[in-house]
Design a protein. Structure first.
Length: 106
């Protein structure tokens, strides 16, 4: 059995590699108990990433992620990594809802 902190760090490094491949400069909030594990900065936007292992965020976690206030050019992603799988599932529903809410607010 792998330790939880070690597993989380490994997943964050995987997600970091994906973001860097998309052109982002990525900062990892190591040993943080905050909402976001990674923050990526692009040329004209930013991305906040929460990494999860084997499960999507709970309804309470999802509500916290959606309620987080961020600039208009920042989007949120949840990377769900499955044990033994070489792929990630990215839940875009959070991003879509935030864009819809932003359009009505501005």
């Amino acid at each position: 059995m792998i330790q939880t902190a070690r597993k989380g760090r490994r997943l964050e490094h995987r997600s970091r590699a994906l973001l860097e491949a998309r052109g982002y400069v990525v900062l990892r909030s190591a040993a943080s108990k905050g909402l976001w594990d990674l923050v990526g900065f692009g040329a004209d936007d930013a991305v906040l990433v929460q990494c999860k292992a084997n499960r999507a965020p709970s309804p309470a976690e999802r509500a916290q992620l959606q309620a987080f206030v961020c600039p208009w050019n920042t989007h949120r992603e949840v990377h769900v990594w499955t044990d033994g799988a070489a792929h990630r599932r990215c839940l875009h529903s959070i991003r879509r809802r935030m864009w819809a809410r932003r359009r009505t607010r501005w």
